[in-house]
Design a protein around this ligand. Structure first.
Ligand code: ATP
Ligand code: MG
Length: 274
């Protein structure tokens, strides 16, 4: 068992943002969390990596409830579950390779010392990550000079520098055009398939979840209303997740990601092992 989430709940005042969520991840997985705006997707991810304090519940990893961790143990957990955000959260004026190496700092402050703390091995590893993500040629540019899709790949490289066990991505493609969205989702999928990491990814759209994720978790009003393989996510179930009426059609939950791809893109294009 990699992670076992029990009755995880978050209340903001009287409102319940996440209501007794139960999730088990038994082996490395690529999981998409879907649901309409306000369903609790971000709150769920943020509780896992302790950005948002949970109201109640447990998150068991290796027999320890990560909600109880403090100090160095908490920092270790945060390193183990790297976070990727919609807005990339890079340091715009720093060059790409330094941004990636910031993943090594593991939450330590001292940006100023960043320039001295990296070893040659760190630089080599950062470049290797960038290379695998297809953006090594931009290593010395300022982050702000890159396109959104390139910046998100820098953020993925930074996450990988943490040597995490989980990658938590909160709407990683929501700010990207369809082509860049595909490149970034392909990269996340590859991380899962090739490196065996678990990727848990909030996604606005059903088609992206179907295409890239083996397992889909559907949230509605703070509750998990579906948890299963993408194939079992019927239109009726999608209707329930999105709370849509009779006028519901998959198009309303779809980006234009469904444009024709050179290969039959996404999860089918990536060899899936195991
Ligand atoms: N800091 C906060 N204070 C009060 N309420 C909050 C706070 N953060 C989130 N909420 C509420 O909790 C609920 C879940 O929010 P959350 O951001 O997790 O939804 P989401 O599924 O990520 O939505 P979106 O798709 O728009 O990102 C919403 O009703 C939201 O208004
Ligand atoms: Mg959100």
């Amino acid at each position: 068992m990699l992670i076992k989430i029990e009755s995880l709940t978050k209340r903001f005042g009287t409102a319940t943002a996440v209501d007794a969520a139960e999730i088990r991840v038994e082996k490395p997985a690529m999981i998409g969390i879907i649901g309409r705006s306000g369903a609790g997707k971000s709150t769920l991810l943020r509780m896992i990596n302790r950005l948002t304090p949970a109201t109640s519940g447990r998150i068991l990893v290796d027999g320890t409830d990560v909600l109880t961790l403090k100090g160095a143990a908490l920092r270790r957990w945060r390193r183990d579950c790297a976070m990727i955000f919609q807005q990339f959260n890079l340091v715009p004026r720093l060059d790409v390779v330094t941004n990636v190496m910031l993943g090594r700092l593991n939450g330590h402050s001292a940006l100023a010392s960043a320039f001295n703390v990296f070893s040659e091995a760190d630089v080599r590893q950062a470049l290797a990550h960038l290379d695998r993500l297809g953006i090594a040629e931009h290593a010395l540019k300022r982050a702000e000079a890159l396109s959104g899709g390139q910046q998100q790949r820098v953020a993925i490289a930074r996450a990988l520098m943490q040597d995490p066990k989980f990658v938590l991505a909160d709407e990683p493609i929501a700010s990207l055009d369809p082509l860049n969205a595909q490149v970034v989702m392909d990269a996340l999928r590859r991380i899962h398939v090739e490196q065996g990491l678990s990727v848990i990814c909030n996604l606005h759209t059903l088609d992206t979840a179907r295409r890239y994720c083996d397992r889909v978790i559907g949230m509605r009003a703070g509750r998990i209303v579906f948890d299963g393989p993408a194939e079992l996510l019927t239109e009726a179930m999608a209707r329930e997740i999105y709370g849509a009426g009779a006028e519901f059609s998959e198009a309303t939950t779809s980006t234009s990601l469904a444009t024709p791809f050179p290969s039959e893109a996404g999860r089918r294009a990536v060899p899936v092992t195991g």
